[in-house]
Design a binder for this molecule. Structure first.
Ligand code: PLP
Length: 447
């Protein structure tokens, strides 16, 4: 009863993010009502393992009392404090310091946002300010990767390469450019890691030459392309691109909105890639999805260039909810949990997940299995040898999503035949085995 009336209210009033509105009206919403650990329950009482941690964000898992207590304590003491007018709050200051201590290299300055899209937006504004401060305002062209996702704000959607974020909007992005992804499974240069790295380097060099080196501001990359289908670059790719950006005199931005906070193993994937970008963006796992928050890290050089350029003037960038004390209190507690065993558990569970998914390699529908840590994908094909993609119209990934739902598993169906996995780091061996078993069952039912 409750569920039916909610479906009607949803259909009539709630505009869903990134949705086919008419298809959604027809299908109706599925309403989640409670969760614990890696398991969520809907309003009909159906229990499911959340194999996608909400939207790859609930890294710590659900129902941690200590996170809830941290939020409640902060709300009681000081629910809001602006960071404008030279004011601040203890949790936000402590969080910035704790994050700076753990971030790669000298990414010591942290600007807090509400999520990932506005973190990306903020980098664009900071980069423009940086080049004005350096006396090079003509550096106003931005490059990112095909299959890349960097949010859906008016500016960030331009860096995002996924077609749905452009079609129908008609917003011009002439100052944003793309180069091909490293996408190993379907790379024209083949699967050899060195050939893929060389091709990406050549593509960036050519693009910079084409635009004019004096015009190019920055290159954006995710350590693993998430929404593009969990595309894992070869080892050394991030380092090679970072070094090339230095040589070409353009800034390098690592977008760790998905890969940050244990998703690939360590707190930051950049540490594993052994690089220090000029900017690093995070969100999602920062607060484990319990409350909204994102952040932009900048190096000493970038921060000081902006600060010196501004002199006594205001750097006019900020939001009412920048450095929100409740979000910061939550993030501090989440960080404590990560380091108190969750990262370690995630690394162990990630290994089991990859091994488990590999056991599906001989399934007739499975073309590719890829991932790192607790971030993985299966690419479905109709012909394994020819790597024939699934015809979009007949894409069974939505059907597999439905089968998986019925079998008690939430996975992401990307719509291009790719199934995505990003379970909470708290998963037990039993949770991981269930994810694999329920995937196999769902694939079999779809054949
Ligand atoms: N950057 C990356 C790499 C992302 O995956 C996302 C979201 O999935 C964003 C930016 C945007 O973050 P948000 O959805 O919090 O605005």
């Amino acid at each position: 009863m409750l569920s039916n009336s909610l479906i009607e209210l949803d259909r009539n009033h709630l505009v869903h993010p990134v949705a086919s509105y008419r298809a959604h009206e027809k299908l109706g919403v599925r309403v989640l009502s409670s969760a614990s650990g890696a398991t969520v329950t809907d309003t009909t009482g159906h229990q499911l393992i959340d194999g996608f941690a909400g939207l790859w964000c609930v890294n710590a898992g659900y129902g941690h009392d200590s996170i809830i207590e941290a939020a409640a304590r902060q709300m009681r003491e000081l629910p809001y404090a602006t960071a404008y007018f030279g004011l601040g709050s203890e949790p936000a200051i402590r969080l910035a310091a704790e994050l700076a201590e753990r971030s790669p290299g000298d990414l010591n300055h942290v600007y807090f946002t509400l999520g990932g899209s506005d973190a990306i937006d903020s980098t664009v504004r900071f980069i423009r300010y940086y080049y004005h401060a350096k006396g090079a305002p003509q550096k106003d062209q931005f490059i990112s990767l095909e299959q890349g996702y960097h949010g859906s704000s008016t500016v960030g959607a331009g860096l995002t390469a996924l077609p749905a974020f452009h079609a129908g909007f008609g917003i011009p992005f002439e100052w944003q450019h793309k180069i091909p992804s490293h996408y190993a499974y379907r790379n024209p240069v083949g699967t050899d890691p060195q050939a893929i790295i060389a091709a990406s380097k050549q593509a960036l060099r050519r693009k910079v030459e084409e635009i004019g080196a004096e015009r190019v501001a920055a290159f954006y990359a995710e350590p693993i392309q998430g929404s593009g289908g969990v595309l894992v670059p070869p080892t050394g790719w991030m380092k090679a691109m970072r070094e090339l950006c230095r040589e070409l005199d353009i800034l390098f931005i690592a977008d760790e909105v998905i890969t940050g906070f244990g998703r690939t193993g360590p707190l930051f994937a950049c540490s594993e890639d052994d690089i220090v970008p000029d900017f690093l963006t995070v969100a999602k796992g920062l607060t484990s999805g319990y409350v909204p928050m994102g952040a932009v890290f900048m190096t000493e050089h970038v921060y000081n260039t902006i600060a010196n350029g501004a002199g006594a003037s205001l750097v006019g960038h900020g939001y009412t909810y920048s450095a929100h004390p409740v979000s910061a209190a939550v993030a501090l507690e989440v960080l404590r949990l990560y380091e108190g065993g969750l990262l370690e558990n995630g690394r162990r569970a990630g290994k089991r997940l990859m091994e488990g998914l590999q056991s599906l390699a001989d399934h007739p529908l499975v073309g590719d299995i890829r991932g790192r840590g607790m971030l993985a994908a299966i690419e479905l094909v109709t012909d394994k040898t020819k790597k024939t993609p699934l015809p979009i119209a007949a894409d069974p990934s939505r059907r597999i999503f439905d089968r998986a739902w019925d079998n008690g598993l939430i996975i992401r169906a990307f719509g291009n035949g790719v199934l995505g996995y990003a379970p909470p780091l708290c998963c037990t061996d039993g949770d991981i085995d269930a994810i694999v078993d329920r995937t196999r069952k769902s694939l079999d039912q779809t054949l």
